[in-house]
Design a binder for this molecule. Structure first.
Ligand code: A3P
Length: 326
């Protein structure tokens, strides 16, 4: 099963034999682990490794998302903001490397297998900031992330678009690995029970939403749709939050516009590296899988009325009273 099994340790092999399991959208199994969240076995290895080995530093930046909520975009934007003085835009590493190569996931077991820490992937010695990504839910996040002064940026997405995006991604993964994907109807049934990688999605989003309300200086909570509607405003806001605001000279030079353009879906999707590249571990997704439509509201092209009703009822039930609206 390609990357699914590649990094499995004896410990996790043994562990998953005792856990409840359900099929993910690509037909492979998810296992219910800490706090009731659902994971591919390889990510259980990654989460355990992150909890044991990852030590956040005060000047780290941790980007957290629920899968298919704009992770790739958030990584690109943050990288471009933080490293803006290190590269001219026409020489940005974002033009020749996928954002997932530049901003490693702390929960990917590949980064622990040889040297026990994704920090060893740092290749920008002139930068004080290290940027990392993760999908780990709030209750399982390595404690040093919450206990240090590092900053967290969380991006969520309208659950209707997230569902459609996740389904398309998993269909591509299944085709690539020659497994049998679930139909959209079957996938919806899973989602209504919270069964999706790193799900239940509402638990994931609400965990960070509540934490951001309690600690707004620690966690900047963004919505994909808001950033899409006014990218310039949010690039500026992110830079301020991350402690590297734009100077008036930079603003006048159009640096915010350059960052927004560099990281735009249209620009990134057409880059050679994102059309033809593939992430490193065997069986990992092709870079092109991370760029599909990049639109708000694509769900209208896929959801039937009963499906929409089911998802809307779920959203009402899970998010009402939280103050978070989509
Ligand atoms: P769609 O499938 O709706 O097109 P993630 O990065 O969390 O895996 O999420 C992938 C989703 O973000 C996909 O959504 C993808 O097209 C979209 N995406 C990727 N890069 C983007 C960018 N630079 N700007 C906006 N959306 C982007």
């Amino acid at each position: 099963n390609g990357v699914q099994d590649y990094y499995l340790t004896d410990e996790v092999r043994q562990l998953i034999s005792t856990l409840p399991r359900e099929k993910d959208f690509d037909g492979t199994y998810l296992y219910q682990y800490q706090e009731g969240f659902w994971y591919r076995p390889t990510y259980i290895v990654g989460i355990l490794s992150a909890q044991r080995h990852f030590q956040a530093r005060d000047d780290d930046i941790i980007l957290i998302t629920y899968p298919k909520s704009g992770t790739t975009w958030l990584k690109a934007l943050t990288y471009a903001i933080v490293h803006r003085s290190h590269y001219a835009f026409e020489h940005s590493p974002l033009l020749t490397a996928n954002p997932h190569e530049l901003v490693p996931f702390i929960d990917h077991p590949a980064y622990y297998s040889e040297n026990h820490c994704p920090r060893n992937l740092e290749h920008l010695p002139n930068s004080t900031h290290s940027i990392f990504g993760t999908h780990i839910p709030y209750p399982s996040i390595p404690r040093s992330i919450m206990n240090s002064n590092c900053r967290i940026v969380y991006m969520c997405r309208n659950p209707l678009d997230q569902f459609i995006s996740y389904w398309h991604f998993m269909v591509k993964i299944a085709q690539d690995r020659e497994t049998e994907p679930l139909s959209l109807e079957e996938a919806l049934e899973r989602v209504s029970h919270g069964i999706q990688g790193f799900g239940p999605s509402w638990e994931h989003v609400l965990g960070y939403w509540r934490a951001s309300l309690e600690n707004p200086n620690k966690i900047l909570f963004l919505k994909y749709e808001d950033v899409m509607e006014d990218t310039l405003f949010y690039v500026k806001k992110m830079a301020e939050f991350l402690g590297c605001p734009f100077s008036s000279v930079e603003e006048n030079q159009g640096v915010i516009e350059e960052i927004s353009k560099l990281c735009s879906f249209e620009n990134m999707k057409d880059l050679e590296v994102n059309k033809t590249g593939r992430l490193v571990p065997p069986g990992a997704p092709k870079n092109s899988f991370f760029f599909r439509e990049g639109k708000v509201g694509d769900w209208t092209n896929y959801l039937t009325s009963p499906m929409l009703e089911c998802l809307k009822n779920l959203m009402e039930e899970k998010f009402s009273g939280s103050g978070l609206t989509f």
